[in-house]
Design a protein around this ligand. Structure first.
Ligand code: SF4
Length: 356
């Protein structure tokens, strides 16, 4: 049975696309195959990413009061979720956040706003912050996640030094309208295309555990391959009180690992990130996610803490992996060097998955 997974790794390494039935089988691999499946995914990961792990830091630049109605999100103004609200941060606050991400030895710093799309004023702030962060010469790549873009806004971001734009598709096209009604899956795809056309890398993922079926997760994985995105963050729903998805259970950890392996085998070369919800979903199995995934968020998510940089450095070092910095330089993880960093999050202390 285990040769089945090794054969899929060979196929992915040979540049062939997995059949849908093969990707489906990965999601349903028997529990006793977990290590052989992880080994197959790791062979593919190692061929393209070695044992390097990149850390990403999110900054909630504008919290809550979002007019959109994404059913998983505590930042939507449509729901009574106690996530809080806070206005757009200043350029100085954003630059300070980047300095902290740099101190945590992150590769990327991502500025996120809860919004349908950026206003001109918010865009000015993000662009000014991007220019200042770049001018300081920090060894850090810059991302932004600001909702829907226009062509002109995408160009402004790219020109101001934003390297990558995040805009998740969240789930399959078929399942999307059960989760969001204020914009469409096609709207999201269009923004990804605009970001790409403006010359930015694209970071586009989704959330496992929204009540989707296997076919939805497979549709998402193959749609992202079709879109040729550079980075795929895989979130796991940690249902927020007050949202329509409140009370939905956490994804079972074995399924979460199989989902990550499926994404790796369908996206052999992609920057694959184990994202929001990893701490509560994978619990003691978190280090195992490093075998399919090559990156993770440290310092928590948009409104709450997750693992600290110290804990993540420790996990990376203990598992025998190394850190990749913004420049591509590879250095050992060093929990002692980042022990002083205590992330301050905005808003209520509730974990949030996803963002704009
Ligand atoms: S996911 Fe983004 S667009 Fe949707 S409600 Fe939350 S902040 Fe708004």
């Amino acid at each position: 049975m285990s040769n089945q997974w090794s054969a899929l790794a060979d196929k992915a390494l040979a540049g062939q696309v997995l059949e849908r039935t093969e990707a489906h089988a990965v999601l349903h691999a028997p529990m006793e195959d977990t290590l052989t499946l992880l080994d197959a995914a790791f062979r593919v990961r190692r061929a393209h990413w070695g044992t390097r792990v990149s850390l990403h830091v999110l900054q909630n630049a504008k919290l809550g009061a979002c007019p959109e109605d994404c059913g998983f999100c505590s930042q939507s103004s449509k729901y009574q979720s106690p996530g809080g609200e806070a206005p757009m941060q200043t350029v100085g606050e954003l630059v300070d956040g980047a300095r902290q991400a740099h101190a945590a030895r992150a590769k990327r710093f991502c500025m996120v706003t809860a919004t349908r799309g950026p206003s001109q004023r918010d865009l000015d702030t993000i662009c000014d912050a991007a220019r200042q962060i770049k001018a300081e010469g920090m060894d850090l790549e810059l991302c932004a996640s600001l909702g829907l873009l226009t062509e002109a806004k995408a160009q402004r971001l790219a020109e101001s030094g934003v390297d990558r734009f995040n805009h998740n598709l969240e789930t399959s096209q078929r399942h999307f309208d059960q989760i969001v009604s204020t914009h469409s899956w096609a709207d999201r795809v269009e923004t990804v295309r605009l970001a790409k056309r403006a010359g930015m890398d694209t970071c586009v993922g989704g959330i496992v555990g929204l009540g989707e079926g296997d076919d939805d997760l497979l549709d998402l994985a193959f749609a992202l391959r079709e879109l040729d995105v550079d980075s795929v963050p895989v979130n796991f729903l940690d249902a927020r009180p007050g949202t329509p998805l409140a009370g939905r259970p956490l994804v079972e950890p074995g399924y979460a690992l199989r989902a990550l392996c499926m994404f790796r085998l369908v996206h052999p070369r992609t920057d694959l990130r184990v994202a929001g919800g990893r701490e509560v979903t994978l619990r003691a199995l978190q280090a195992m996610a490093l075998y399919p995934a090559n990156s993770l968020f440290t310092q928590g998510y948009l409104t709450t803490g997750g693992a600290t940089p110290q804990a993540d450095h420790q996990m990376i070092r203990d598992a025998g992996f190394e850190l990749e910095l913004g420049s591509g330089e590879v250095v050992p993880a060093d929990p002692d060097a980042v022990a002083h960093l205590s992330p301050a999050r905005r808003g209520a202390s509730l974990p949030v998955v996803g963002g704009a």
